[in-house]
Ligand binder design. Structure first.
Ligand code: FE2
Ligand code: FE2
Length: 197
């Protein structure tokens, strides 16, 4: 995928860095969407239906991030498209560790770096999509971190039973239980969260 410099200049975007960052973020989130879906299928196959529910919820959240980035990209440089490789799928514990590493990469490096570059340009649409993704990804890190130890628990335990997760349709924040009237990340109404199992 390549930014269109002519279109970008025509709408007043002087610094193409933010467009490159949006493209990278779109690619990363699209890849994570496919990967988490594949991990969910693997978890179901192994009988870890609770873990599969979590992967599906995070896959939906990552899809929301990709769609948000794509919308901004469309305004700044044209339609976004990307080819992604087939995900590598291992056992569910390995997949959980890999998914946690992907989310930590976004939280610790990707979005802080992109926000630092976008803020001086005062481009509010790019700042907002990066900020929402960063805050939502922190909720994914927390859930993977909290729920990973349950994989080794007894056969009737949490990891084996399907669960509902709540996903903010605006920013991709994920929660196990309703937390307040509004999304803690983007302030969207809780009643508009999607329920994923
Ligand atoms: Fe994300
Ligand atoms: Fe939200």
């Amino acid at each position: 995928m390549a930014a269109d410099p002519v279109l970008a200049r025509a709408i007043g975007v002087e610094d193409l860095t933010v467009i490159r960052h949006l493209e990278t973020a779109f690619e990363e989130e699209t890849k994570n969407t496919a990967t988490c879906r594949a991990y969910a299928a693997q978890a179901d196959e192994e009988g870890f239906h609770g873990i599969a529910s979590l992967f599906r919820a995070v896959a939906r959240a990552e899809q929301i991030h990709a769609a948000n980035h794509s919308r901004v990209l469309r305004q700044m440089s044209g339609p976004a498209a990307v080819q992604i490789p087939l995900p590598h799928v291992g056992g569910s514990l390995e997949n959980l560790r890999a998914a946690l590493a992907d989310q930590r990469f976004e939280v610790d490096y990707l979005y802080p770096t992109f926000l630092t570059a976008a803020v001086p340009l005062v481009d509010s649409t790019a700042i907002r999509t990066f900020h929402w993704a960063l805050e939502a990804d922190k909720s994914h890190v927390r859930l993977f971190w909290q729920l990973m130890p349950r994989v080794g628990a007894d056969k009737a335990g949490w990891a084996y039973t399907p669960h509902h997760f709540f996903v903010c349709a605006l920013c991709g924040y994920v929660a196990q239980d309703p937390e307040s009237d509004n999304c803690p990340s983007c302030n969207f109404l809780w009643e508009k969260f999607e329920t994923i199992q």
